[in-house]
Design a protein around this ligand. Structure first.
Ligand SMILES: Nc1ncnc2c1ncn2[C@@H]1O[C@H](COP(=O)(O)OP(=O)(O)OP(=O)(O)O)[C@@H](O)[C@H]1O
Ligand SMILES: [Mg+2]
Length: 256
């Protein structure tokens, strides 16, 4: 598989996972990349943010009924496809059969789909560390952890790293991990403090572009629009286009 499969994950809620999944994906597509977003959160907010509801079959059908990804994917924007969560996705957390193999259902589904020929698959994960998250991590070569610019985010980050190490142990693979600052308010001391701790803990892994707090980013999901559809000249649009360039160039902050 040449495609870069990236899970956007943090078990802490409300840190900007969905905002980042959707807007980064659209920014990558606008930059000429072929992208698919997979909504692995039963809340279904990645799909909603792109203007699709969860009444259609989506990841629920893929994971529960072995539907093919190519049967349920929809075209969301030019070069950007989407598989919605679907309204039964939460049931997947209760699946007991199949032993260890149930952790690999997403990877198998991706391998058997046209997504292997895409440039990027971006997986929006739920704020938990259950079977959905395990499937995302077993599928991904890369992980983006959004870190909101407040003190408690740092605690969430160390818990997230424990989950990651355990998964790497189980799957026997390393996952390249990127941190992204979200909800940054550059003039605030706290924003700078959190960013400098991230750089210390994670030299070489912090993506160059911090995503600033920007009210347009909070407004656009209610219209089913990404920030590039809604306000292309906003700070949020510029930040996500710049973050897309960081990801394409694997551009972390130089350190030391
Ligand atoms: N940079 C930003 N500026 C302003 N608002 C933001 C920004 N990033 C995210 N938000 C808002 O913060 C809230 C939480 O963001 P989001 O839904 O992306 O987080 P999440 O990590 O996916 O949450 P959950 O854990 O529930 O899935 C949303 O209302 C979103 O619009
Ligand atoms: Mg979310």
């Amino acid at each position: 598989m040449d495609v870069r499969v990236i899970a956007v994950m943090n078990q802490k809620g409300g840190v900007g996972k969905t905002t980042t999944s959707v807007n980064l994906s659209h920014a990558l597509a606008r930059s000429g990349q072929r992208v698919a977003v997979l909504d692995m959160d039963p809340q279904g907010q990645a799909g909603i943010s792109l203007g699709f509801d969860n009444k259609r079959a989506g990841m629920d059908a893929v994971l529960l009924d072995s539907a093919a990804i190519d049967e349920v994917k929809v075209t969301a924007r030019e070069r950007l496809d989407l598989v919605v969560a679907g309204d039964r996705l939460a049931n997947f957390e209760q699946v007991k059969e199949d032993g260890v193999q149930r952790g690999y259902r997403l990877l198998r589904a991706i391998e058997q789909s046209s997504l292997v020929d895409y440039d990027f698959v971006v997986i929006d994960c739920p704020p938990s560390s259950g079977l959905l998250g395990v499937n995302a991590l077993f599928s991904a070569q890369e992980l983006i952890i959004p870190v909101a610019s407040d003190y408690l985010s740092l605690q969430g980050l160390s818990r997230m790293m424990q989950i990651l190490r355990r998964t790497e142990g189980l799957s026997g693979r390393c996952i390249k991990t990127w941190l992204v600052s979200t909800r940054a308010q550059p003039r605030r001391n706290l924003t700078q403090e959190v960013r400098s701790r991230m750089l210390n803990y994670f030299p070489g892994g912090v993506l160059g572009t911090p995503i600033r707090e920007n009210v347009a980013l909070a407004e656009c999901p209610s219209y089913g629009k990404t920030i590039l559809d809604y306000k292309a000249k906003s700070a949020g649009a510029r930040d996500y286009l710049s973050l897309a360039a960081d990801i394409m160039g694997r551009r972390a902050v130089e350190h030391g």
